[in-house]
Write a protein that binds this ligand. Structure first.
Ligand code: NDP
Length: 444
């Protein structure tokens, strides 16, 4: 049995109840076979693959908080410090009712690879809770964030682990988390990223993942000689990644005709009005159905099925495994030629295989959504310098960053005889950097 298969089998035996984590490991390991084969002796001697699938540390803690009616609730929470070979831990925080250890381990594992692709000194981590912020008052969210930080503050810090946002954790939540961290540590430092721009946050961080995804899409189009201008585009989700991906791709000339939330989707033939969407989602925290109520000609459809809308470019920006094999077949059948992932692992494995066999341009989230963590890295750099960069500086660096990632991913695919296979290129390029660092640092 090959070394890759041995470790895949070991992981499946150790963590049989962690399907999302095993899915992420399997997807990455299938791609890195040629690298592992070429370095098998040294990787085996250093148990690189066994260590690669094992988080360096996992904190598990209950979060006890009181709602506005003085009822006490207990949520479960985790922080996973996955791999520190190339830098201190970095990765988002997710508050969603579906959060569990398997989901956070998959996200932490993905962060190790994604952060490696940025070329910045960032290790991988992830955290979160099964707390559901929907329908909670600001004060309830604040009390939850404070209780979460009471348990976590000892284990994070600018040189140790720097959490940022993810699903259910945006500027409001990071603000509350930072306020409590500062109170408990008496330190105003870069332990959290995604802070407000008037207290250490980076201009452009809110937009970074979505803008980065649009820049990556542009790079992919350019590489195959296709214009972005005028392309009909569908973006799933309507959160921080989706909104800014839609905004930037429209600025680059494409037309976004549909977006969704977990209740349903809207279709606007004229092109989504981003300011209306921001007002509904960011300011009012309302449902996407509101969009159709406000914009003449827009249509709301409850339930799933946004992928049935005909498009040339599809950008999934909602959540893991949102796109099934059948949905992928529909996209291809309708003439979609490019899919780039803003969300982490939004496609089921069969859907990825189908797209690749269909010859569609496909970029995995670990590369396409690396703009967010890149600008979190820039935020840490600005905090260390005690400086603010302008929005234009950050945006220009982000654009260069996405081109850098695209070129490295495409180059790695080519080096291993898999030209145009960006999934293989991303996994290979990311893994090589981390594995080399692990070998160099010995058995820590
Ligand atoms: P948000 O919480 O801001 O938005 C998530 C959006 O997806 C919401 O519109 C939500 O709808 C929708 N959604 C969630 N679950 C489903 C579902 N099952 N079906 C349809 N829609 C759904 O999160 P983000 O935008 O921050 O994150 C989105 C994705 O991007 C995640 O996979 C995250 O890991 C990834 N990502 C985020 C980064 C960041 O910087 N924030 C960086 C890199 C990746 P509703 O409001 O109804 O719940």
């Amino acid at each position: 049995m090959s070394y890759v298969d041995e470790v895949l089998e070991m992981a499946a035996q150790r963590d049989p109840n962690e399907p999302e984590f095993l899915q992420a490991v399997k997807e990455a390991f299938e791609s890195i076979r040629p690298v592992v084969d070429a370095n098998e002796k040294v990787y085996r001697e250093n148990a690189i693959l066994e260590r690669f699938v094992e988080p360096e540390r996992i904190y598990t803690f209950p979060v006890t908080w009181e709602d506005d009616a003085h009822k006490v609730h207990v949520n479960r929470a985790w922080r996973i410090q996955f791999n520190s070979a190339i830098g201190s831990y970095k990765g988002g925080t997710r508050f969603h009712k579906t959060v569990n250890l398997s989901i956070l381990k998959f996200l932490g594992f993905e962060m190790v690879l994604k952060n490696s692709l940025t070329g910045l000194p960032l290790g991988g981590g992830k955290g979160g809770s099964d707390f559901d912020p929907h329908g909670k008052s600001d004060r309830e969210v604040m009390r939850f964030c404070q209780a979460y930080m009471n348990a976590l503050y000892r284990y994070i810090g600018p040189e140790m682990d720097c959490p940022s946002g993810d699903i259910g954790v945006g500027g409001r939540e990071i603000g509350y988390l930072f306020g409590q961290y500062k109170k408990l540590t008496s330190s105003f430092d870069a332990a959290l990223c995604g802070k407000g721009v008037n207290f250490g946050g980076s201009l452009g961080r809110t937009e970074a993942t979505g803008y980065g995804l649009a820049y990556m899409t542009d790079e992919m189009c350019k590489a195959c000689g296709k214009e972005l201008t005028g392309r009909t585009t569908v973006v799933t989700g309507s959160g921080s990644v989706a909104i800014y991906a839609a905004q930037k791709i429209q600025q680059l000339g494409a037309k976004v005709v549909a977006m969704c939330d977990s209740n349903g989707y809207i279709y606007d033939e004229k092109g989504i009005d981003i300011e209306v969407m921001r007002q509904i989602k960011e300011t009012e925290r309302a449902r996407i159905s509101e969009y159709a109520a406000r914009v003449p000609g827009a249509v709301y459809t409850p339930g799933k099925g946004i992928w049935n809308i005909k498009c040339e470019i599809f950008l999934p920006c909602a959540t893991q495994n949102e796109i099934s094999l059948d949905a992928a077949k529909t996209l291809v059948g309708n003439g979609c030629f490019l899919l780039a992932e803003g969300a982490n692992m939004p496609l089921e494995p069969e859907a990825v295989r189908y797209l690749q066999n269909s010859g569609i341009l496909y970029m995995p989230g670990k590369a396409a959504s690396a703009g967010g963590v890149s600008v979190s890295g820039f935020e840490q750099a600005q905090n260390a310098q005690r400086m603010y960069w302008t929005f234009e500086e950050v945006d220009a660096k982000l654009q260069r960053q996405m081109a850098f990632i695209f070129n490295n991913v495409a180059g790695a695919a080519k080096r291993y005889g898999k030209e145009g296979n960006y999934l293989a290129g991303a996994n290979i390029c990311a893994f090589e950097r981390v594995a080399q660092a692990m070998v160099a640092q010995g058995l820590y």
